[in-house]
Ligand binder design. Structure first.
Ligand code: B12
Ligand code: SF4
Ligand code: SF4
Length: 336
């Protein structure tokens, strides 16, 4: 074990308002059956790889990996819930950039010590929540979120895989047990609030294809999905906001996550009518732009599907897809 580097990293990470932990780099074999069952039941969202090896094998990312460092970056700011149509995580600066900037600062010390490393946040197939849990960052709730005791579940996750030895090794039995323990949801106790408050009742069998967050990000929606958006433009926070474990948690000290001015005041009409330059100037800074302008406009239109005045005011001549939705909603067959 490189104790000196470990100490340097711990000292440095303690100076940042984030949480962190270390686990050995290994194949997460204990996840195989869980992921296979999900795949067989066709419960995978389009954001998950069909290749299980890709999801459980960190050596595909760094062949000689020894350690994974997981970090949890808190994002809940006092003004995070400004705009109820957008999930809290999309109202400030794009978290991919923010988390990456922390990972880069931390990995600087690894580089100085002559080791190799790879950085990840979200845009990878590794099980980031499971890794955070193994690193001791927190527990996993019945809503599948990683909960920290300081910031609740309002944290983003990021990882560094390195060939520096910074963590202890454990047996297969240890990991089997760690994985099976998740399913006991000991920290949740008898609570099952999130299961019942989830608008689409996703959490009973964890088919996240019907999750509002997933639906708002779909390029194509079926008619039956329209109600499933639950009036949201992007993301969903209900299972976190209703959770008692998120009461009285600390706010994040990272002001980069403050809700941006444009999103605080934007109206549904502004969204449907926005042009490319408005989208690029504003939405490109936040995390809900990655699927493009059209899905935000469509979701805003769907939110207002029973508001005939709103629909009639819109001029969507140059946009066939939105126009089709508008005509569908104005059709008498589409009544509340
Ligand atoms: C695909 C994806 C989604 C999909 C599917 C979500 C899902 N729950 O699977 C959709 C689009 C719906 C989604 C939504 C959201 N997401 Co998302 N998403 C991902 C992504 C890219 C992959 C997740 C994945 O592999 N899911 C598949 C399942 C199998 O894995 P899992 O949830 O990690 O589950 C593990 C444990 O929870 C545990 N487990 C759970 N239940 C049980 C039950 C039993 C019996 C057992 C034994 C184990 C067990 O085992 C699993 C093993 O990996 C990750 C980034 C990444 N690479 O990990 C981000 C990630 C999970 N998302 C994140 C966030 C913030 C969200 C949202 C809150 C965004 C929002 N506000 O709208 C919601 C939350 C919805 C929810 N309640 O989970 C964060 C989570 C941070 C945290 N504190 O947990 C991540 C880690 C991104 C990041 N880098 O910060 N997301
Ligand atoms: S994010 Fe919303 S739709 Fe998805 S599981 Fe949580 S409450 Fe349900
Ligand atoms: S609402 Fe209750 S069951 Fe759901 S994650 Fe929070 S404590 Fe657990």
């Amino acid at each position: 074990m490189d104790n000196e580097l470990r100490k340097t990293l711990i000292d440095y990470m303690n100076s940042l308002d984030i949480l962190y932990g270390f686990t050995e780099c290994r194949k997460f074999i204990e996840l195989y059956d869980y992921l296979k069952i999900k795949s067989d039941r066709r419960y995978l969202t389009e954001f998950e790889s069909l290749d299980i090896e890709d999801r459980i094998n960190p050596f595909l990312y760094l062949e000689n990996g020894e350690t994974i460092i997981s970090i949890a970056v808190p994002y809940y700011r006092e003004n995070s819930s400004y705009n109820q149509m957008f999930s809290k995580y999309t109202q400030g600066e794009d978290y991919h950039k923010v988390v990456l900037s922390y990972l880069e600062k931390i990995s600087h010390f690894i580089e100085l010590s002559g080791y190799e490393y790879r950085l990840f946040c979200d845009t990878n197939n590794l099980p980031e929540r499971y890794i955070a849990y193994l690193c001791g960052i927190g527990h996993i709730g019945r809503n599948s979120m990683v909960y920290t005791s300081k910031y609740g579940s309002y944290v983003f996750l990021g990882e560094i895989i390195t060939n520096a030895k910074l963590s202890m090794k454990n047996s297969c039995e240890y990991y089997e047990k760690k994985f099976n323990d998740i399913g006991l949801f000991e920290k949740c106790g008898i609570c099952n609030k999130c299961l019942h408050r989830c608008p689409n009742k996703v959490l009973f069998d964890k088919n996240f294809r019907c999750c509002v967050s997933n639906l708002t990000q779909q390029k194509k929606l079926g008619l039956h999905d329209i109600e499933g958006l639950n009036g949201m433009i992007f993301g969903c926070d209900i299972c976190q906001d209703k959770c008692p474990k998120n009461k009285n948690v600390e706010y994040s000290s990272i002001d980069r996550f403050d809700a941006l001015e444009f999103i605080k005041n934007i109206s549904d009409e502004d969204i449907v009518n926005m042009n490319n330059s408005f989208f690029k100037k504003n939405f490109k800074k936040v995390a809900c732009s990655w699927r493009g302008k059209k899905i935000l406009q469509r979701n805003s239109l769907i939110k207002n599907r029973y508001n005939k005045d709103f629909l009639c005011r819109l001029s969507l001549e140059n946009n066939d897809e939105l126009n089709n939705y508008k005509n569908l909603f104005l059709d008498n067959n589409f009544e509340e």
